[in-house]
Write a protein of this length. Structure first.
Length: 246
C-alpha cells in the first residue's frame, strides 16, 4: 500500500525468461502489493521462471494474442485484484523499476492520474543505447502526434506507464488493437477523457535480451500511430466518430 492505495505491477511478457528476475528484484515491494505476469504464449521458460521467483498471479495465453492483447489481460487482472494504481512495466529490464515509487507518489497524491516514464526527457535514450534510427523516428512521430492531438508529450512510445485504476476503468481499452499501436490508442483515449498525463525522466538500457521490433514492424507501428492521432482529431472535431473513444 501507498497512501492506502493498492499498487499492482503488471508485466506483459513474451520470451522474457532471461530478464524477468533482474526486473522483479528491483521492484520496491514496500509499496507494491501484487505483481501480475501475462505470458503471451512464450516459447522459452518465462512461466517457469516467473513461478520460481515468486510471482503469484500468472495469466498464460494459449496462443499469441499480440502486445495489445497481452496488455488487455494485464489490466483486467489488475482490476480483478482491486488495484488502485496500476504500473505497466516491460519485464525485459529496459526500464528500471526503481522509478515506481516516484510514479506511484504522483498518482496517490492526486497530482496527476497518469504518469509515463520518458526516455526522451534528458539524454536517457541515446545514452542508454537507443539506435539512432529509432531515436529519430521517435522524435518525428512525437512531433507529428503532438501537432495533431494538441498535446506536448516528450514521447508517446515508452513501455513504462502508471495509471490510476479509475482511468483504466473509464476508457474503452478492450476496443483497442491487439498489436503495438495499443499503447498510442490508450494515450489518445486518456486525452479524450480530458485526463492530464505527467512525465518523468527515465534512464533506459538497450541490449541483446531487451525486446524490440524489426524495421517492417516499426514502420507499420509508425503508420498506426499517425492513423490513431488522426482518428482522435476527427473524433474530437465531431467529423468521424470512432468506437475506441466511445
Amino acid at each position: 500500500m501507498f497512501n492506502n492505495k493498492k499498487v499492482v505491477v503488471v508485466f506483459p511478457a513474451y520470451n522474457a525468461s532471461a530478464t524477468i528476475k533482474k526486473t522483479y528484484d528491483e521492484i520496491p515491494f514496500d509499496i507494491v502489493d501484487e505483481v501480475v505476469l501475462v505470458d503471451d504464449a512464450s516459447v522459452d521458460s518465462t512461466i517457469e521462471t516467473a513461478k520460481k521467483i515468486g510471482i503469484k498471479h500468472i495469466v498464460a495465453h494459449q496462443s499469441n494474442k499480440g502486445y495489445g492483447g497481452n496488455q488487455k489481460s494485464c489490466y483486467n487482472k489488475a482490476l480483478d485484484l482491486n488495484a488502485d494504481i496500476i504500473i505497466m512495466l516491460h519485464p525485459d529490464y529496459q526500464y528500471t523499476p526503481l522509478l515506481i515509487r516516484s510514479m506511484v507518489s504522483i498518482i496517490s497524491e492526486g497530482l496527476y492520474p497518469v504518469v509515463i516514464a520518458s526516455r526522451i526527457l534528458g539524454k536517457g535514450a541515446l545514452k542508454g543505447g537507443m539506435p539512432m534510427y529509432k531515436y529519430i523516428s521517435n522524435r518525428f512521430l512525437t512531433f507529428a502526434q503532438n501537432l495533431i492531438i494538441g498535446q506536448k508529450l516528450s514521447e508517446y512510445h515508452t513501455g513504462y506507464r502508471a495509471f490510476s485504476a479509475d482511468v483504466v476503468k473509464d476508457i474503452n481499452f478492450m476496443a483497442n488493437s491487439d498489436d503495438f499501436v495499443f499503447d498510442n490508442q490508450m494515450l489518445c483515449q486518456i486525452f479524450n477523457k480530458n485526463y492530464e498525463i505527467a512525465e518523468i525522466t527515465c534512464p533506459t538500457k538497450y541490449f541483446e535480451e531487451a525486446s524490440s521490433i524489426n524495421f517492417s514492424r516499426s514502420l507499420k507501428y509508425g503508420i498506426g500511430c499517425l492513423q490513431t492521432s488522426m482518428q482522435y482529431w476527427l473524433h474530437r472535431k465531431g467529423i468521424v466518430k470512432n468506437v475506441i473513444f466511445e
